[in-house]
Design a binder for this molecule. Structure first.
Ligand code: FES
Length: 164
């Protein structure tokens, strides 16, 4: 199936779906590919995936909303990713996630109302030797502690509070 928009991102998504041979079991991997391509998963995108895999839309929506790795809203101008993969988890990823959630008054997968800041989690960012890892605005920070993270986030606090 081809997306009528001809959007190149949909063509790349189609190739990913084809690579997984349209297997319904590959839904999570395909949702990851879609989120990587589009930044977040909106309703039209979920319907497209459901149609491509011949799955009920309710099933695709249910999976996308169950895992907080997936975001249904666009990312903020500033974005923080906390790795919650095994290596980071055993070294305190939970405390890091709580730190950033308290800082921004958000939960993972959410964006502030003024679209300035969002939080997400990742399964493994491939740099486990630096665990625990946090990525802020695409910059990787290893060996994080709640205190170090609070210091890194502090310069962003004004933007979150005041920019609309
Ligand atoms: S588990 Fe966090 S980088 Fe691998």
């Amino acid at each position: 199936m081809k997306h009528p928009s001809g959007d190149v991102s949909f063509r790349i998504l189609d190739a990913a779906i084809k690579r997984y041979q349209y297997q319904q079991d590959a839904l999570i991997e395909i949702l990851h590919s879609a989120q990587d391509l589009f930044g977040y998963l909106d309703t039209n995108l979920l319907l497209y995936i459901a149609h491509s895999l011949k799955l009920p839309p309710s099933r695709v929506y249910g999976v996308a909303t169950f895992y907080h790795l997936f975001s249904m809203v666009p990312k903020g101008v500033h974005h923080c990713v906390v790795c919650t993969g095994t290596a980071c988890y055993v070294k305190g990823a939970d405390a890091l996630l709580s730190t950033v959630e308290q800082f921004a008054h958000l939960h993972a997968g959410e964006t502030t109302a003024n679209q300035q800041f969002s939080i997400s989690t990742a399964r493994c960012l491939g740099t486990c030797g630096l665990a625990p890892i946090v990525v802020i605005d695409d910059r990787v920070h290893g060996y994080q502690t709640p205190g170090l993270l609070r210091d890194r986030l502090r310069p962003l606090s004004r933007r979150i509070d005041t920019e609309v």
